[in-house]
Design a binder for this molecule. Structure first.
Ligand SMILES: NC(=O)C1=CN([C@@H]2O[C@H](COP(=O)(O)OP(=O)(O)OC[C@H]3O[C@@H](n4cnc5c(N)ncnc54)[C@H](OP(=O)(O)O)[C@@H]3O)[C@@H](O)[C@H]2O)C=CC1
Ligand SMILES: [Fe+3]
Length: 487
């Protein structure tokens, strides 16, 4: 028996761009591939690639007959015409629909329509999220997800195995109705980035207007020439800190919500759900802004831009005649400049590490505890260092001019980060943390009472004399005359 005969046979209907890419990938993944075409004699599969010599192109009918698993690499609108004569032959076959839509639909999916056309076949939706280019040229795809849906569990499992063998990551979406979501997927345009970007742009504009008011309208602090880098850099810094706080504030809001309802099973409101789901993107936007802030700061790192960060000395030059010439010379950075830079560098390094742990290749290698440590502990540490970076600059100014504390931009932009850190600290207090953990493990406020009422494992005891009550129906006894004791 030749090596090819050992392989499991799969058929591909359609010899277009995707069909050929699929054929190559399946062949390299160890399958015996056969292609079905309307005009088999006029099609050739990659004449330049000898390795694909064994892939035969046959008629549609022959392909259906000889393969139990068939990929439909045909545009949806041609499926009915191509296969309507073969309904009987297609009975019990696994039909993998890879088609994509041009317009999303909430009411139906291509895969569901195909199942209606061929009710005796086992239709599975898969591979529509992989481009023909990636299918053919990219083999390092173990983290690329392939969403799978189908009403027949066995067929789904077979497709899951094929997906794994092709070095993709299968994600089982369950029954075929989920194919509506799967078909919507390639039509999306960065939906998870929409909220973080709108948020960051809004916050940036807010801070910029505030700075323009403070520095140009309230008092003439800077020259308009300094708007592009000096003032903009402050707005970028303030936006990045606000966005980083928003990244971590979401989980505190979720905790407050769970504490209020005493359960983790209550659905979050839509706004909180969106916020929670976009935390990663919010964090990455914040990281991008911090990077811009670092570059802008390096560009302007000079005594002229940051005079409070440098020592200044007065140089006197004796005059030849009857007066002395004196000028100021700014030299080394003072402790304020060095400390602010150091804390800023530390914040940037820690945030970079947090950012690296969001890469799928790194996430895959971390266990749950390590991932939580990186995302939660190190993330909050980065937020703390960012606020510290601002405070090192601010505190000497506040000590000199206590009256301006509440008006200073340092104070205003630190409010949200402090609120975030304080909330995190409060939820870490053992008395609260224990309660939160109980809820997260599935405990439900009031459930015990319900359980008592159902008489499961408890007996009702008269509160006045401690004797068990006669009644079997505990719910009929007033709460104020009985207590419940575990049996
Ligand atoms: N291209 C891509 O990157 C991706 C494509 N897909 C999906 O894969 C399917 C195929 O796409 P693709 O390969 O790019 O398309 P092509 O147009 O390149 O190929 C379609 C093939 O379908 C066959 N076919 C059968 N009936 C007809 C007909 N009536 N008119 C025209 N062709 C017909 C043809 O093969 P023959 O002439 O040999 O019969 C043709 O080569 C589509 O449903 C698409 O949505 C999914 C993910 C990515
Ligand atoms: Fe800074």
């Amino acid at each position: 028996m030749s090596e090819i005969e050992h392989r499991q046979r799969v058929g591909i209907l359609g010899t277009g761009y995707f069909g050929r890419a699929l054929a190559k990938r399946l062949f390299f993944s160890g399958y015996d591939v056969i292609l079905g075409s309307r005009e088999p004699d006029r099609r050739e599969i990659s004449p330049n690639q000898d390795v694909l010599y064994d892939i035969k192109i046959v008629s549609v009918q022959e392909c259906i007959k000889s393969a139990p698993i068939l990929f439909l690499a045909v545009h949806f609108e041609h499926v009915e015409k191509l296969l309507k004569e073969h309904v009987q032959l297609l009975s019990e076959k696994i039909l993998i629909d890879v088609s994509n839509r041009k317009i999303p639909s909430k009411l139906t999916s291509h895969a569901e329509e195909i199942e209606k056309l061929f009710p005796k076949s086992r239709v599975v939706k898969a591979f529509n999220v992989i481009s023909a280019y990636a299918m053919e040229n990219d083999y390092d795809t173990s983290s690329k997800q392939v969403f799978i849906a189908g009403n027949n569990r066995e067929a789904r499992e077979i497709v899951v195995d094929i997906t794994k063998n092709m070095n993709f990551r299968p994600v089982d979406f369950g029954v075929l109705i989920s194919s509506r979501r799967i078909e919507k997927h390639p039509l999306r345009l960065f939906p998870e980035w929409r909220f973080p970007i709108i948020f960051a742009v809004g916050v940036f504009n807010g801070w910029l207007l505030f700075l323009i008011y403070i520095y140009y309208m309230f008092e003439s602090f800077y020259n308009w020439e300094q708007l592009s880098i000096k003032v903009m850099n402050k707005a970028v810094c303030m936006t990045s800190i606000t966005t980083l706080s928003a990244t971590y504030l979401a989980s505190s809001f979720a905790t407050i919500f769970q504490l209020y309802f005493g359960t983790k099973h209550q659905r979050f409101p839509r706004w909180l759900d969106t916020w929670l789901k976009t935390r990663k993107q919010l964090g990455l936007v914040s990281y991008l802004l911090v990077t811009v802030h670092v570059i802008m700061s390096l560009l302007t790192m000079s005594p002229t831009y940051y005079p409070p960060w440098y020592h200044s000395t007065r140089v006197r030059i004796p005059a030849n005649l009857n007066s002395t010439f004196e000028f100021q010379r700014i030299t080394w950075m003072n402790w304020k400049g060095e400390a602010t830079s150091l804390v800023g560098i530390c914040a940037y390094v820690v945030l970079s590490l947090v950012c690296v742990t969001t890469f799928p290749s790194v996430t895959d290698k971390l266990n749950w505890r390590e991932w939580r440590f990186a995302q939660s502990k190190m993330g909050h540490a980065a937020l703390f260092l960012s606020v510290a970076h601002v405070l090192v600059m601010a505190i000497p100014v506040w000590m000199k001019h206590p009256d301006v504390v509440y008006k200073s931009i340092f104070f205003v932009c630190s409010l949200l980060p402090w609120a975030t850190l304080v909330l995190k600290f409060v939820f870490m207090l053992p008395c609260i943390n224990r309660y939160v953990m109980k809820i997260r493990k599935g405990w439900i406020k009031g459930e015990e009472c319900e359980r008592h009422k159902m008489n499961r494992g408890y007996t009702a005891v008269d509160i006045n004399n401690g004797t068990p009550t006669q009644s079997q129906d505990v719910s009929s006894i007033p709460e104020n005359v009985m207590m419940l004791r575990k049996i």
